[in-house]
Ligand binder design. Structure first.
Ligand code: ADE
Length: 252
């Protein structure tokens, strides 16, 4: 996958992409990250990327020209017209659709993404209307810019790409991967400060372990994020488990 990032602060991306799983993915050419400084696409001597909002109001707004020109430069670099048409151009903004594991799975299917990091009071509306194909928010809170949200999106997407994690199977059991929270995990020692690992996990009985995992997934989701269960297809046995674990409603 190729990821192009438009930002006023390319240096913010140096550390996260130079360590751990990310570095390995880049070294193995599973992903390539291209950083573009929006200021490099300005034409005045001060490299002005922002300006005052029309109509007044606080803060500055990112100008449209350098953003359009940066995206056009990236597009002209791609040969296959088909690919250009399918290329997601994602604006990170608190007004976007709320990011989720499902959106990450959707984005992981593309071979190329462009991410635009907004800043200051916002981005000229024409970028939204005539350039971006998608707008993503990472949560109902406001950050100083789109850089951290871009990192969140990229991290979530890249770890889903085949070969990026050690074991191909690992993203399958992630919390949220199947719409539910992941079961509790343990490693050695089997007993620590008197706290033991659940016996079933050391039993070697794979069928029992799989059943325990599923039950714990359901129990944990019910305790912490019960609304997620409403959106999940459960088998009869699992529905019965939910009923058993749900405290009865008090009669009024
Ligand atoms: N820029 C500022 N806040 C943001 C958020 N919550 N999500 C995406 N981009 C943002």
């Amino acid at each position: 996958m190729r990821i192009d990032i438009l930002t006023l602060f390319p240096q913010m991306f140096q550390v996260p992409f130079s360590a751990g799983i990310f570095k390995r993915a880049i070294d193995h050419k599973l992903v390539s990250i291209n950083l573009h400084n929006i200021r490099d696409y300005t034409h005045d001597k001060h490299h002005t990327a922002d300006d005052y909002p029309y109509g007044g109001g606080p803060g500055m707004v990112l100008k449209p020209e350098p953003i359009f020109e940066a995206v056009e430069a990236i597009k002209s670099d791609i040969s296959a017209k088909e690919e250009v048409r399918a290329l997601p151009i994602i604006l990170l903004t608190p007004q976007g659709r709320l990011f989720s594991q499902q959106i990450a799975q959707e984005l992981a299917k593309y071979s190329h993404l462009i991410l635009i990091c907004g800043h200051y009071e916002g981005v000229d509306e024409r970028v939204r209307e005539h350039l971006a194909t998608d707008e993503i928010s990472i949560g109902d809170y406001v950050l100083t810019g789109g850089e951290l949200p871009a990192m969140v999106v990229i991290d979530t997407v890249v770890r889903l790409l085949p070969g990026v994690l050690g074991s191909e199977a690992s993203p399958v059991n992630d919390s949220h991967a199947n719409g539910l929270l992941e079961y509790p995990q343990y490693t050695r020692p089997a007993e620590y400060r008197g706290w033991s690992v659940p016996e079933v996990l050391t039993s070697g009985n794979h069928a029992q372990i799989a059943k325990w995992h599923r039950e714990q997934t359901i129990q944990r989701t019910l305790e912490r994020r019960p609304e997620l269960l409403d959106k999940t297809n459960l088998c009869l046995e699992e529905k019965q488990l939910v009923e058993r674990l749900t405290p009865p409603l008090k009669q009024s």
